[in-house]
Design a binder for this molecule. Sequence first.
Ligand SMILES: NC(=O)c1ccc[n+]([C@@H]2O[C@H](COP(=O)([O-])OP(=O)(O)OC[C@H]3O[C@@H](n4cnc5c(N)ncnc54)[C@H](O)[C@@H]3O)[C@@H](O)[C@H]2O)c1
Length: 357
Amino acid sequence: MGKQILITGGAGFVGSTLAIGLKQAYPNDRIIAIDNLRRRGSELNLPRLKDMGVEFLHADIRNPEDLLGFDSLDFIIDASADPSVLSGIDSPVMPLIQSNLNGTVHCLELAQKTGASFIFLSTSRIYPIKNLEAAAFEELETRFVWKDTQALRGISSRGVQEDFPLEGSRSFYGSTKLASELLIAEYHEHKNVRSIINRCGVISGPWQMGKIDQGVLVLWLARHYFKGDLSYIGYGGTGKQMRDVLHADDLLQLIDHQIHHVDLYAGKTMNVGGGLDCSFSLQELTALCEEVTGNKIAIKPITENRAADIRIYVSDCAYLNSINAGAWTPKKTMKDLVADTFEWMRDNEKNLKNILN
Ligand SMILES: NC(=O)c1ccc[n+]([C@@H]2O[C@H](COP(=O)([O-])OP(=O)(O)OC[C@H]3O[C@@H](n4cnc5c(N)ncnc54)[C@H](O)[C@@H]3O)[C@@H](O)[C@H]2O)c1
């Protein structure tokens, strides 16, 4: 018998990629995916999970009773959340806290009960918005970039490191994730739950159900593919805002390494992302989408910024690289990411048309 791994949010984009990828790599492991199917499109992953031999349970991590059926687990990977940075800003906050914070605590309780190690998908959004926006930047032809020298610690042209100052507001989404991180550290220290915290920048790839407030790369590609509308929102409306992005397949490789080398990572919090080598501005993404789809759409400039937006984010993964001595680096390029996602969209056009449009 292999390992028993429970993945929450297992029908979501990241959760299903991890569940299917781990089952493929380790057929003797028992992989259980739980999800409340709240995210539109997550139901499309159910047949894929089934075909691969991943067990699925309809469960909601907000309800501790939904988690009673497990006695012994080796790992819990917590990939269930409302992942939108806009949640709670113009909508009630409590649902977000119940899912992203209370839900995480219920999963930690389960980890304690079952003896599981805990892998958490946190976010770069735990870093305060005003601090990121205060960073010195340059405007290049197609993107904004951070300057080498900065007034604040933990930031350079290579990106943000883990010691970047944490004072300030970060969105309700970011704060539910940071609050979860704090509680995870306590369960690690006092309740014997070995834990790993991955602070991820943008993650993307096939099976991400991109929508207006989350999953920008897929949304952008879908609007080109299905010929919809788009806007460059904020920062003068030029589409030069920039992010690093990690292909979900590369994240899978990292989580695989973490599962099989827990001692290296346990108790650590690390930035995880594609870094400068895999990054894009909206303007650059437009060019890639036009190239792969052959379609050109009108993109409206809107000069005012959107709430909680940031001009630039890049993950500096130097700490992660030092933990594992460079055993993991992202392999997929921006071109791979767009090409893989395009292929998925084309192969699943009928099912995706209403969800991504
Ligand atoms: N995608 C990204 O760019 C990104 C970046 C950084 C961090 N993350 C984190 O990674 C994790 C996975 O994100 P994703 O992109 O796969 O999002 P997703 O929305 O595709 O997947 C999340 C899944 O969790 C499920 N879910 C939500 N609330 C639940 C609940 N209360 N009980 C059970 N299931 C529930 C949803 O139905 C969905 O299937 C999240 O924790 C997110 O915060 C994602």
